[in-house]
Design a binder for this molecule. Structure first.
Ligand code: FES
Length: 578
């Protein structure tokens, strides 16, 4: 086959010479695939810090297989530090990766991705660029012990926050928790948060090597995986194995079911929709909800279950979850895994689900019954919303309550613990202004804490409704991603304190029990909602707010979705003097 990079390097004119010299390639390198190593290592992102060393192992693998590795830096999306949210920059990194492939002589790319948004950004870019690609997932951080218990990143922090607010955890305990969290080292959150969830889905869709989703972030296993990924990518280039052959509707459907089976992050619903939107696949909430109806919780992992991802990996990880789903016809086992084999040929090397003490259960003996996720819609969410049923309180899944409305995160933080706030345990906390256009960037502000005086009375859950997201490590009866969001005129913006809100998950409904005439009056009093609010935005936030789609469409930019003739031809090099 003719390599894409030959468009730069073949021939003996001055342009080809210039190009070969730039990459220090000699005539003997003709025919060697040029493999980009998209490096998201950064001191600003501890979850991806391990890539500094792992990139060399990928490069070794590329060289061993006869390729030429070239490492290039990519903006790193550190979930903990980026404000207002790393989500604001997911699409920017996807564009950066796509455009890097477009502009440079790359025949394939190994994406080094780990923290929440770097993984979907890499998948979106791979879908759009459609040159051979694999992700090397950066693995999970260790789990130091705190008061005799292995710490689940994120999830245990949220629990401790409730305990602190309730006066159960004192200041010394709070400081001890911080010191303990700081000892965990590099790697992704070690529960089924967004990063672990996306890693599982990436592996399921054949975009990472089998068995690599939940490796320890440091050690010989992940170093071997890095080298194997480099080797495999060279073979994929030679065989012209492209993401478009992996990211099919069947693969997407299987990924949606894996998401439900592991009690995965609600954020993954948005990211799958964004990947699907790049390829013209159906990732509608109705489709997802239909796929989720038969899928119980099979992985006993926090935040919906009890274990951490290290043990899930030892019990088989993604392949064993796929086997459990496949036994009931809920996964396409003829789909291609990252190593090029059909999944049904990969699975026998992994533990069977349902073994004594295994964190991976069978469909006949699940951790929790189906569904673990649900999509709801109604007068409060005409384009839908999502709830993680497995992390919610069963008695709140059908609930009607008075709305207590917060117009923004600041408003919520300011008033939530005010003793004068009129709030009861049966109320519905509404947090709006946190959608893709609001803020902008759709931060994880959807899980409002329980108000102080209620948490002191032992209240640990309430119905919460938001156009924002929540961390994949979070839990509670939280309806998220309400679309359309308040900032673009969605009915969430019309809710007033005291209105009745009805959540009915069995009926898949979320309704505002206010007469249409009253809503029309409020809408006209409010006037047209400016798309990006009254703020003055510039640079990337301005471009983002002007073009971002709603959550049900993946919050991608409108000009990046759906394949077009340009989508399929842009990787053809137009090469001459720069
Ligand atoms: Fe990076 Fe959780 S904060 S993976």
């Amino acid at each position: 086959m003719t390599l894409r990079s030959a468009g730069w390097f073949a021939g003996d004119d001055e342009v080809a010479v210039l190009h070969r010299v730039a990459l220090r390639l000699g005539p003997e390198d003709a025919g060697r695939p040029v493999i980009g190593i998209a490096d998201t290592a950064s001191d600003l992102n501890p979850c991806n810090a391990g890539f500094t060393a792992l990139a060399e192992h990928v490069a070794d693998g590329v060289r061993a297989a006869g390729g030429a590795p070239v490492r290039f830096p990519v903006m790193s999306l550190g979930e903990d530090l980026m404000k207002p949210s790393a989500m604001l920059y997911r699409n920017l990194v996807a564009m950066e990766l796509e455009e890097t492939v477009r502009a440079y002589p790359l025949d394939g790319v190994v994406h080094l991705a780990n923290c929440d948004k770097t993984v979907p950004a890499a998948l979106m870019a791979a879908a759009s660029a459609d040159v051979p690609a694999l992700l090397l997932l950066g693995g999970a951080r260790s789990a130091p012990e705190f008061r005799g218990r292995a710490l689940g990143a994120g999830t245990d922090l949220w629990r401790a926050l409730d305990d602190r607010r309730a006066g159960v955890l004192d200041d010394a305990g709070w400081r001890g928790l911080e010191q303990c969290l700081a000892c965990a080292g590099p790697g992704a959150c070690n529960v089924m948060g967004t990063a672990s969830t996306l890693a599982m889905l990436t592996e399921a869709m054949g975009m990472a090597l089998p068995g690599t989703a939940l490796l320890d972030a440091v050690g010989p296993d992940i170093e071997a995986a890095a080298r194997a990924t480099g080797e495999r990518l060279v073979a994929m280039v030679r065989a012209d194995e492209r993401p478009s052959a992996r990211l099919t509707q069947a693969a997407l459907d299987t990924a949606a079911r894996v998401l439900a089976a592991v009690g995965g992050s609600t954020n993954a619903v948005i990211h799958l929709a964004a990947v699907a939107g790049r390829l013209g696949l159906d990732a509608s909430l109705d489709r997802f909800d239909a796929l989720w109806r038969d899928v119980p919780l099979l992985a006993d992992v926090e935040p919906c279950g009890s274990g951490l991802v290290h043990r899930l990996r030892r019990d088989g990880g993604l392949p064993t979850v796929l086997a459990a789903l496949g036994a009931g016809g809920l996964a396409d086992l003829d789909a291609v895994a990252g190593d090029g084999r059909a999944w049904r040929d990969v699975l026998p090397a992994y533990p069977a689900p349902g073994a004594d003490g295994s964190l991976v259960r069978t469909l006949a003996d699940p951790v929790l019954p189906a569904p673990t996720l649900a999509a709801v819609s109604g007068t409060l969410a005409p384009s839908g919303a999502v709830i993680k049923v497995a992390a919610a309180s069963p008695d709140l899944l059908a609930h009607t309550g008075r709305a207590v409305v917060f117009d923004s995160y600041d408003d919520m933080r300011t008033r939530l613990d005010d003793p004068a706030l009129d709030v009861d345990p049966g109320d519905v906390l509404v947090v709006r202004g946190c959608g893709p256009v609001g803020v902008p960037g759709m931060p994880e502000w959807g899980m409002a804490p329980i108000p102080q005086r209620l948490v002191e009375r032992g209240v640990r859950d309430m119905v919460r409704v938001s156009d924002g997201r929540m961390s994949g490590t979070s839990f509670g009866t939280v309806v998220l991603h309400v679309a359309p969001e308040a900032a673009v005129g969605g009915p969430l913006g019309l809710v007033e304190d005291g209105d009745r809100v009805r959540l009915d998950v069995p009926a898949r409904r979320l309704d505002l029990l206010v007469p249409d005439a009253e809503l029309a009056r409020r809408r006209s009093a409010r006037g047209a909602a400016p798309r990006a609010g009254a703020r003055h935005l510039r640079g990337w936030p301005r471009l983002y707010a002007d073009h971002v789609l709603q959550a049900d469409r993946g919050a991608d930019l409108d000009f990046l979705t759906a394949p077009t003739p340009a989508h399929r031809t842009f990787v053809e090099p137009v090469v001459g003097r720069s």
